[in-house]
Ligand binder design. Sequence first.
Ligand SMILES: [Mg+2]
Length: 282
Amino acid sequence: MTRRNHVLAAFAAALFFCSSAAQGQQPAATSLPVADNEYQVGATLYTQKAAEFRALAYQAFNFARCRLDSDLAMKLPKAERKRPRAIIVDIDETVLDNSPAQAAGVRDRRSFNMKDWYAWSDMRKAKAIPGAVEFLNYAVSKGVKVFYISNRDEVQKQATIDNLRSAGFRDVSEYNVLLRQKDERGNNISTKTPRRDLVAEKYRVVLVMGDNLDDFSDVFERRSVADRFAETERIKDEWGKRWIVLPNAMYGTWENAIYEYKAAELTEAQKAEKRAKALEMP
Ligand SMILES: [Mg+2]
């Protein structure tokens, strides 16, 4: 190494030390690139500290109860009466709150990655979203089957069932927790449509609840920001009827759409540029 390179290396090391120290953190233990995720602080704080977030969650589940009660009171056509009722819910940021994992990712400047995600789910520490336990246990008490359709992976299944149970949800088992499967080539099958269809074969689905529009219909999957808006408009009467949305500003397909579903190929700087460009200004 030349003297010039020594000086440059020392300068880079000092800069890295100073920036890590300034943020009060240790450098990440693995080779993950340092994530530019400070922008997620606002959404994470909103989830954890805004009473407005809690109010929105209660509003969603209170409204869900109104819709369920109307359905229970409805006189159904004869052909429909034999089909048991079901409610489909997503898990993450719909009935379980993973904001502590999001906060740790911001603290450690680490992007979402499966190692950290599995470690968090293994802890079984996620708390219930406000109102979720009361509503879903009420539905169970009325004989409604609740299906948890989530893109958590099969290896997370037992921890997920344990966490849902410890958070207070009743009637949680292998049968009604439907996680992401892999195809014969080992690729993830992320679309939830086949799992929703499986439930609809046997049950009359009264409500679907999720924080991501992909939880409701495949018309939103891998679509641009403009297309997601257009589809939301096209079926605007469905929102609050059979479909009830929970707020999640921390992450989601809405953000992947801003990156045109290429987040894995983009640098942190390129992602920041796309976020900045997406902002609407006067
Ligand atoms: Mg979710």
